[in-house]
Design a protein around this ligand. Structure first.
Ligand code: HEM
Length: 139
C-alpha cells in the first residue's frame, strides 16, 4: 500500500515546520497580511496543522470552523487566494517537498477555493472588513 501523503511529507513535525514558515511568509506579505490583523496566530497555526494533518491522512482531527464560515465576510479576492498559495509553494520548495507531493497537497486544497474567495478580482491588499468577527483564542 502506498504510504499516506502525511507520511511522505514527514509527519507532524514536518507539517508544523511548514505551517510556521508559511504563516511567517503570509504575515510579512503586504498583499494579504491586513486580513490577519485581528487573528489569534497561535490558534490559526494549530488549526492549519490539524487541517493539513487530517487532509493528508494523518492522525489529527480538525476542530475549527468550516472554510465557508471561517472566511465569510473577509472579502478575500481571487488574487489574494493566489498570493497565499504562492507563499505555500515557496515554503514547500524551501523544505524540498517533491513536485508530486506538492501537487497532491495543492490538489487537496484547491476545492476549498470556492468557499474562501468572495470577490472575483485579481486585486490584492484589500482591507479587512470592520464587521469581520475573528475567532476567539483557544483555551
Ligand atoms: C486553501 C487556502 C486556505 C486554507 C486551507 C485556509 C484555512 C484556514 C483555517 C484552517 C483557518 C482557521 C479556522 C479557525 O480558526 O476556526 C483559517 C483562518 C483564516 N484564514 Fe484561511 N485558509 C485559506 C485561504 C485563505 C486566504 C486566501 C486568506 C486571505 C488572504 C485567508 C484568511 C484567513 C484569516 C484572516 C483567518 C483567521 C480568521 C480569524 O481571525 O478568526 N485564508 N484559514
Amino acid at each position: 500500500m502506498a504510504s499516506s501523503l502525511y507520511d511522505r511529507l514527514g509527519g507532524l513535525d514536518a507539517i508544523k515546520a511548514v505551517v510556521d514558515d508559511f504563516v511567517a511568509l503570509c504575515a510579512a506579505d503586504d498583499r494579504i497580511n491586513q486580513k490577519f490583523a485581528r487573528t489569534d496566530i497561535p490558534r490559526l497555526k494549530k488549526m492549519l496543522v490539524d487541517q493539513l494533518c487530517e487532509a493528508t491522512g494523518g492522525p489529527c482531527t480538525y476542530i475549527g470552523r468550516d472554510m465557508k464560515e471561517t472566511h465569510r465576510g473577509l472579502g478575500v479576492t481571487a488574487g489574494e487566494f493566489d498570493a497565499l498559495v504562492a507563499n505555500l509553494v515557496a515554503t514547500l520548495n524551501k523544505f524540498n517537498v517533491p513536485q508530486a507531493e506538492q501537487e497532491e497537497l495543492l490538489g487537496a486544497l484547491a476545492p476549498m477555493k470556492a468557499d474562501i474567495v468572495e470577490v472575483d478580482s485579481a486585486a490584492t491588499a484589500t482591507p479587512l472588513p470592520a464587521s469581520y468577527q475573528a475567532a476567539p483564542p483557544l483555551p
